[in-house]
Design a protein around this ligand. Structure first.
Ligand code: ZN
Length: 553
């Protein structure tokens, strides 16, 4: 009867009865619990949830809209029906995600002290936005070229060596030095040090007032027009608990070259030197004067989360199984359709999270660590729901063993393989390999995702950045009964014809058994991690190891 002691009184009697038949607190060393739980997963349940969430009636589940609210309410109702404990704020299933939207009108001028400053053209030469939650910011600061703007002790790399960046505007290259030299960093595989979000974080740690990233076609995986369209309109983010830089922005390559030339520097040769070890930062001898006025709008949405309590002394710890439930709502019509249903992205993942919750409850399997099912809000606006969780966690981050994320399920059929993002980042990769093997699947690596930095682009990532090991479990590539290349062809078609378009809606030809494989692997992994004697750790080579170690202290 030790087991029942950790159950909340509010749990339905049926569940209580089930749990009393559990074996004692034995970790699932033989995989029997994992098998029992995985076998309780139902493709029909997943399909039913998907069909509701992706229906036109949900109007694309945009945060703050009626459709978005309905989706959250539906998810909460499912958690309640299953008898799961609320794991949000104040004893509810919800956690607030405070959103701030700033629409910037910037100005930027650069010149040598004493000379007339040259005004740059917006948005032909630059884009710029405020990093503060206020209507106006202005600054004037010396420009310093800090190469890639990276401080990575692990790779003995410090672009800020000897630089006092306080109050200055740092100019940085996109990407990381491995891009040109396969012997440093991870070669062409993008590390987190190459992401623009990292550059901003580091500039802030260095005390800079502003940052300008230089866009070149070599260093960015997207064209300047994408920079313009992404950073000129409304900028949506989570309200910031802490002060940040004043401004951040991008400079177009040619504009940067002119700016460097005006102060007697050659951009391309300075940039080339920044790929070499021992690079030292270069003060440009010019000053930037910037101002941004922003229209500010505040809104709110919510994550929805519930707990299946663990048993025994590890029950305070948790393994998260999550996926984002939001999408783009109603927008510009394409072929007469204005509802962005987000069926694959990510009604499918949300449906899988709900199906996993149901399977765990139905199977009666209870892990040592608690399982927490979480539907993230506002992922499409920039991982806002998961970032909000990390900013104000309802479960202390050091008690979270791992997060397993599902963003787009495989709806194209059964596969012989499986893949997960960031396999080599932490020991979660080993748990994934074991889980896949138990489902008869071999592990394949999505090289393409590694180069594009796929690991940094879904809801497990704000957790990783805060030191919590995480991954997104993806579908396989080798489809049963299909010719080679079928998986790639399906993915290409999805990206070209449906991704982030109104046509991402339910397709009559979908098959749910591939998604079921993906879900079962995820559930097995959850049991593996939740029952293990120790929690997953970051690999020696991971850029998140240091913050991960710090989190455990
Ligand atoms: Zn998504």
């Amino acid at each position: 009867m030790r087991v029942t002691r950790v159950l909340p009184l509010a749990l339905p009697l049926a569940l209580l009865a089930l749990s009393t038949t559990l074996p004692a607190q034995r970790p699932d060393t033989d995989g029997r619990d994992a098998t029992r739980a995985a076998q309780a997963a139902s493709a029909t349940v997943m399909r039913a949830h998907l069909e509701f969430l992706a229906d036109d009636a949900l109007e694309g589940r945009k945060p703050g809209t009626r459709g978005g609210e309905l989706a959250a309410l539906y998810i909460k109702a499912q958690f309640e029906r299953l008898g799961l404990q609320p794991a949000g704020e104040d004893g509810t299933y919800y956690q607030k995600v405070p959103i701030i939207t700033l629409t910037p009108t910037p100005s930027l001028a650069v010149g040598k002290p004493g000379d007339a400053a040259a005004t740059l053209r917006y948005p032909a030469d630059y884009v710029l936005w405020s990093m503060r939650d206020t209507t106006s910011v202005r600054l004037s600061g010396d420009l310093v070229f800090v190469g890639h703007g990276i401080v990575a002790p692990k790779w003995q790399w410090n672009d800020y060596e000897g630089v006092n960046a306080k109050g200055k505007v740092v100019v940085v290259l996109a990407n990381d030095p491995g891009l040109r030299d396969s012997t440093i960093f991870r070669g062409k595989i993008l590390t987190y040090y190459g992401r623009w979000t990292y550059k901003i974080e580091e500039a802030r740690r260095q005390g800079a007032a502003g940052i300008l990233l230089v866009h070149t076609t070599e260093t960015a995986t997207y064209p300047w027009t994408t920079v313009q369209s992404s950073w000129t309109g409304p900028q949506v983010r989570v309200e910031q608990p802490a002060a940040s830089l004043l401004v951040a922005g991008w400079l177009e390559h040619e504009a940067a070259a002119k700016l460097f030339a005006a102060s007697g520097h050659d951009f391309d040769s300075l940039a080339a030197s920044a790929y070499r070890r021992g690079f030292t930062a270069v003060p440009l001898g010019a000053r930037a004067t910037a101002a941004v006025t922003s229209q500010v709008r505040r809104s709110e949405t919510q994550n929805v989360l519930a707990r299946l309590p663990g048993r025994g002394r590890l029950a305070e710890e948790a393994v998260l199984i999550g996926g984002h439930y939001d999408h783009f709502g109603i927008g510009a019509p394409v072929n007469g359709d204005s509802i962005y249903n987000g069926a694959e992205d990510n009604a499918s993942g949300t449906a899988a999270v709900l199906a996993a919750a149901e399977a765990f409850v139905e199977s009666g399997v209870r892990t040592r660590r608690s399982l927490v099912f979480i539907a993230f809000a506002a992922e499409e606006a920039g991982l806002l729901g998961s970032q909000a969780f990390v900013n104000r966690p309802t479960i202390p981050l050091k008690q979270i063993a791992a997060i397993l994320n599902l963003d787009v399920m495989n709806l194209y059929g059964r596969t012989r393989d499986a893949s997960a993002l960031g396999n080599n980042q932490s020991t979660l990769g080993e748990a994934f390999t074991r889980a896949a093997a138990a489902e008869g699947l071999r592990v394949t690596v999505d090289e393409d995702a590694l180069i594009r930095g796929g690991y940094f682009r879904s809801d497990h990532f704000p957790f990783a950045r805060a030191g919590v090991p995480g991954t997104s479990i993806e579908g396989g590539d080798a489809f049963v009964g299909k010719p080679e290349g079928y998986g790639q062809q399906q993915r290409d078609e999805y990206v070209a014809k449906r991704y982030h378009q109104p046509s991402d809606q339910i397709q009559p030809w979908w098959s749910y058994d591939g998604g079921l494989q993906q879900l079962r692997v995820t559930m097995r992994m959850a049991v593996d991690v939740a029952d293990a004697a120790s929690t997953p750790t970051w690999s020696r080579g991971s850029e998140f190891r240091e913050v991960g170690e710090a989190r455990r202290r």
